[in-house]
Design a protein around this ligand. Structure first.
Ligand SMILES: NC(=O)C1=CN([C@@H]2O[C@H](COP(=O)(O)OP(=O)(O)OC[C@H]3O[C@@H](n4cnc5c(N)ncnc54)[C@H](O)[C@@H]3O)[C@@H](O)[C@H]2O)C=CC1
Ligand SMILES: CC(=O)[C@](C)(O)C(=O)O
Ligand SMILES: [Mg+2]
Ligand SMILES: [Mg+2]
Length: 347
């Protein structure tokens, strides 16, 4: 484990250099790893594990779209693809990658198969942290661990195929066998993480729910809409409003931030832009900090978890969600985006 100085704060980080895939293979050589759920994280983690030479099977409800996807990805019914509970029974390590709401419904059936010495793994601290709402309380004689890739399962897979790796956080909630730590690190590396940073189940879920509702998804989608609307109301064309709000950010400026930091992006913009952006940055920070605090409180109190669980329990939830996403897709802003993306020159 390397200790890294992050701007003056020391943290433990595990990289592929000190914990190579070969070591993960060695640690997991006698394990049967079952990936339960084949939605977004399921395929990314299962395929990376398979390509890394781990003994992996998939558990999924038969007849669903995800089951068909698993078949298309080369998992074979009765050999490497099973019903949920059959896979849990065969496994020594169970990766619970059902949707957070699905985990609640499937828990009673799954927990019977979590016998002494097995390991139960999550990619979110949700179920265990909010156990009063989810009912997910693991038996005491198993290991309970977490590896949470900090990005979509789709990226986990595509980055792995390019030889890169998404970063993931990891945590041990329960160490019944004395081997939970090496098991979780081996799993973290074998699912294709670039490096692993240490956390707890609680810290993971509080930061994750805040991040996705905040800047990663909710805030950025909201601020995009606000700026696009203002530009449109002030007489700008859709393409101008879109390019000045989204396209320039994703195509030019954020890649510069990703490459070398915010000051580097600023340094590569005009002095006119730098002056104005530095002056307005504080105003945006002050306007949004109270909203982000309100959000964090709502996460901490369990209200956000409750909203998600309740929404998912409605029978028409998927259809309603689909409708909301469709509304976004068909808005002028994102229809403009569709056309703008087509205009990007191809290699
Ligand atoms: N989507 C992502 O890329 C990320 C997800 N995570 C976490 O990973 C876990 C899995 O998330 P996703 O892959 O997004 O899940 P998902 O929403 O794609 O669903 C996964 C699977 O759960 C199954 N499922 C849903 N309800 C069920 C039920 N009642 N009974 C049995 N099966 C059911 C579905 O058939 C689907 O195959 C969650 O804990 C999530 O918070 C963490 C990081 C990123
Ligand atoms: C992709 C990810 O890490 C998220 C946004 O937290 C999620 O999908 O839950
Ligand atoms: Mg996340
Ligand atoms: Mg999340």
């Amino acid at each position: 484990m390397a200790t890294i100085n992050f701007g003056g704060v020391l943290e433990n980080v595990v990289t592929r250099e000190e914990f190579p895939v070969q070591k993960a293979q060695e640690v997991l050589k006698n394990e049967t790893v079952a990936v339960i759920g084949y939605g977004v994280q399921g395929p990314g983690q299962a395929l990376n594990l398979r390509d890394n030479g781990i003994n992996v099977i998939v558990g999924q409800r038969k007849g669903t779209g995800s089951w068909k996807k698993a078949l298309a990805d080369g998992w074979e019914e009765g050999k490497t693809l099973f019903e949920l509970e059959d896979a849990c029974k065969k496994a020594t390590v169970v990766l619970n990658l059902l949707s957070d709401a699905g985990q609640i419904q499937a828990w009673d059936g799954m927990k019977n198969h979590l016998t002494k010495g097995k390991a139960l793994y999550f990619s979110h601290g949700f179920g265990v942290t909010f156990h009063e709402k989810t009912g997910i309380v693991p038996p005491k004689d198993i290991d309970v661990v977490l590896v949470a890739p900090k990005g979509s399962g789709t990226s986990l897979r595509s980055m792995y195929l390019k030889g890169q790796g998404l970063n993931s956080s990891y945590a041990v909630f329960q160490n019944a066998t004395g081997k939970a730590e090496e098991r979780v690190l081996a799993l973290g590396i074998a699912i294709g993480s670039g490096y692993l940073f240490e956390t707890t189940f609680q810290k993971e879920v509080y930061s994750d729910l805040t991040g996705e509702r905040g800047i990663l998804m909710g805030a950025i989608a909201g601020v995009f809409e606000a700026q696009y609307n203002v530009l449109r109301q002030r007489g700008h064309t859709p393409s101008e409003a879109f390019n000045e709000t989204v396209e320039e950010l994703t195509q030019s400026l954020m890649p510069l931030v990703a490459e070398n930091g915010m000051d580097w992006m600023f340094a590569n913009c005009s002095t006119t832009a730098q002056r104005g952006a530095l002056d307005w940055k504080g105003k945006f920070r002050e306007a949004t900090e109270p909203v982000l605090n309100e959000l964090y409180d709502s996460v901490l109190s369990g209200k956000e978890a409750e909203i998600v669980i309740e929404a998912n329990n409605k029978p028409d939830y998927r259809a309603k969600l689909e409708e909301e996403l469709n509304l976004m897709k068909h808005s002028e802003l994102w229809q403009t985006g569709l056309e703008v993306r087509k205009l990007r020159p191809k290699k």
